[in-house]
Write a protein that binds this ligand. Structure first.
Ligand code: PAF
Length: 283
């Protein structure tokens, strides 16, 4: 199947309904572009599971807290389309802002506190914006399956919650974090790091992985303190938060026995670039 690019809702919907009538399974990967190997691993999983892979590229203004961050978010539409062609995507949806939001979206979602911790605490309104765009994209594409990376772990949990509160018959598939060879989690923001900052940034991943191996010998509080201090000792990095949470409700745990499926989540500033990472602590 050849690759088609659409920038209108009507165009993409007509194509998808034609393919659905022919009985094809539709997989969907929503993105904000500036694609790297992390995104391409989602596309890969999608092409493996579905006859048709749809990818959207849209930098969603409603999920940014600062206009500057939205404006500086990297964009490379031609490069992205080329990569998606090589990766085997079939339909690319690249709407303009007016197409996605012909009217302002005033919907307010309730995620039962999932959106109030970690990223939500530091980026108020962020997940409401994510839910606005993802629900709108789901409504347009109506895929059988949708693919999200574990790097945005809190987003993944919230999307699962959104899908179930809207009663959508969409399977949410999660894909593992893709890392650079030095451990840094792949992110579209990495390109904004200077050479020096890029050399220091892997300390974030290194600290949360090392702490997992030592965790059993120390209390939760001690591990949190030691990781935070260790990363903050790097003159290029400032930790915004480091929390170990129960994967189900994203609430911080107090003792290791509070949950089996625990996740250590970190956000840190490297200069003006905000990076996030996480790792499962399953024991
Ligand atoms: O994870 C992202 O890139 C974005 O939050 C998403 C899901 C594409 C919504 O804009």
């Amino acid at each position: 199947m050849r690759m088609d690019v659409f920038d209108t809702v009507r165009g993409v919907q007509e194509k998808i309904s034609e393919l659905k009538q022919q009985g094809y399974g539709i997989g969907f990967v929503p993105t904000m572009g500036a694609l790297h190997r992390g995104h391409l691993s989602l596309v890969d999983a999608c092409t493996r599971d579905n006859e048709v892979t749809v990818v959207s590229i849209f930098v969603n203004p409603t999920q940014f807290n600062q206009r500057e961050d939205f404006e500086q978010y990297p964009r490379d539409l031609d490069g992205d389309i080329k990569k998606l062609g090589e990766a085997g995507a079939n339909i690319i949806f690249t709407p303009a802002e007016k197409e996605m939001y012909p009217e302002p979206d005033n919907r307010v979602f309730d995620f039962d506190g999932l959106d109030k911790v970690m990223e939500g605490k530091h980026r108020p309104g962020h997940f409401n914006g994510v839910a606005q765009i993802v629900s709108r994209l789901f409504d347009i594409i109506r895929p059988h399956r949708a693919y999200f990376g574990e790097k945005d772990f809190q987003q993944l949990v919230i999307i699962r919650n959104l899908t179930s509160q809207l009663n959508l018959d969409i399977e949410i598939v999660s894909c593992p974090i893709v890392r650079e060879s030095d451990g840094l989690a792949r992110s579209s923001r990495n390109v904004r790091l200077t050479e020096k900052q890029r050399k220091h940034a892997p300390k974030i991943a290194e600290a949360i992985h090392k702490a997992r191996d030592l965790a059993g010998d120390y209390s939760v509080e001690e591990v949190i303190q030691s990781v935070t201090e260790h990363v903050n000792n790097d003159p290029y990095i400032d930790v915004e938060y480091f929390e170990i949470v129960d994967e189900k409700n994203l609430q911080p745990i107090e003792t290791w026995d509070d949950a089996y499926y625990k996740r250590a989540c970190i956000a840190a500033w490297v200069g003006k670039v905000r990076l996030i990472d996480n790792v499962p602590y399953y024991f």
